[in-house]
Design a protein around this ligand. Structure first.
Ligand SMILES: [Zn+2]
Length: 399
């Protein structure tokens, strides 16, 4: 374990908080930072001084705001370029790998095709080869580590993919495998949790710390941020909305439960309901059956999922990804009305429901957010003890 353990938790949190404020308020002054965070001006000055030296942030000229002693104050902004993450988004049939930047942007994307039942060691080697090439070309930068967003049940603390329907995996020590291939530290989480973090850090909900991301693909993913922190439960299963029963006389689900929401809301089921043909998308098929029987069936099940989310987590905002985001403009009014009616006692102040700020790229932004959340922005409370965290990562802590 590295030097990081000597840094007090409070100090780490203050540093992360200041970095988040600077990320979300470019050109902010030190005085404004102190006002917004309630840290003393001396602390702000100390920590930002160290962050400039370590090249996380930079000064960007003077602001119009005049300080009381008459000097113009200097703006601060996140500095891209020196620190990079490697973002890895794992989904059925495709893995996306890219370089993540401190401001949330992701560049140099590579897509790898994945077979139906990939061997973990072989897949880790293939991903490792791509990563080694990416990193080799970036010798002037400091690679903070690898952030992984994976579908399925991810035990973040153990660095294990506990169960993945997409890859037919159980108990795969994925963080250790990827770390062995690359020599880099690895932090991983369920992909929907990464997506939620990306929306709060870099997306359209930077003011909302109670946020839920609902991803609907072949499976249903739910990422919950409770007061700005990732909610995962005891070992990563917390928030598995897709496996709550909505019909106790329903069909058996792969998870062992019956009548799971996921069996009604997964993409393949919706496609069969809508008789999606060759070359057609759920969106065009839904347009075809707009405001007819099947349309209302789909509205009902989407609203049922959202009502469950409201009742369980009372979020300020629900962000949608996957096929629901694609068709959201077609169903928004009907679903909103139904959710309002079915949560009428606690629906004030108005809940915001919207589609993702990152469109179909949300997964790779989520993987970057998992890495930056842990190693830069101080949101990695539950990731602190991951076994792959061997100290290689520890950005310089000089105070
Ligand atoms: Zn299930």
């Amino acid at each position: 374990m590295g030097r990081g353990l000597n840094i007090s938790v409070a100090h780490r949190q203050n540093r992360g908080l200041l970095l988040r404020m600077i990320l979300q308020n470019p050109r902010i002054s030190r005085a404004k930072l102190a006002e917004m965070t309630h840290l003393t001006p001396a602390s702000v000055s100390n920590i930002t001084g160290a962050l400039i030296k370590e090249r996380y942030i930079q000064e960007i000229g003077t602001l119009d705001e005049i300080r009381s002693i008459g000097r113009r104050s200097i703006g601060l902004a996140i500095r891209n370029g020196h620190y990079l993450t490697v973002a890895v988004h794992m989904q059925r049939h495709q893995i996306t790998i890219g370089l993540g930047h401190l401001d949330g942007s992701v560049t140099h994307l590579t897509h790898l095709a994945v077979s139906d039942h990939p061997f973990p060691e072989e897949l880790a080697q293939n991903i490792g080869a791509v990563i080694k090439d990416l990193v080799r070309e970036r010798r002037e930068s400091h690679i903070v580590g690898i952030g992984v967003g994976a579908s399925g049940i991810v035990d973040t603390a153990a660095g294990t993919i506990y169960a993945s329907l997409a890859y037919d995996w159980q108990h795969v020590a994925w963080a250790a495998l990827l770390s062995r291939e690359t020599g880099l530290s690895v932090v991983m989480d369920n992909n929907a949790r990464g997506m939620a973090l990306a929306e709060m850090l870099f997306g359209g909900s930077t003011q909302s710390s109670w946020l839920v991301f609902l991803f609907a693909g072949q499976g249903i993913g739910l990422g919950v941020l409770a007061d700005g922190q990732v909610f995962g439960g005891g070992n990563g299963i917390g928030g598995e909305l897709g496996h709550i029963t909505i019909n106790w006389k329903g069909e058996a689900c792969w998870c062992g439960n019956v009548g799971c929401l996921e069996t009604y809301l997964n993409q393949a089921h919706i496609e069969s309901l809508l008789h999606v043909g060759d070359g057609e998308t759920i969106k065009t098929a839904l347009q075809r059956s707009y405001q007819r029987g099947t349309y209302y069936d789909i509205i009902d099940v989407v609203a049922t999922a959202l009502v469950a989310v409201v009742n369980m987590y009372n979020p300020q905002v629900i962000v949608l990804g996957g096929w629901i985001a694609d068709v959201w403009p077609l169903m928004e009014d009907e679903v909103q009305q139904q959710v309002k009616r079915r949560t009428r006692f606690w629906n004030e102040p108005a809940l915001e429901i919207r589609s993702s700020s990152f469109g179909s790229e949300v997964g790779i932004h989520g993987a970057n957010a998992v890495a930056l959340g842990k190693w830069v922005y101080g949101l990695g409370g539950r990731w602190e003890q991951t076994p792959a965290d061997d100290g290689l990562d520890a950005p310089e802590e000089t105070f």
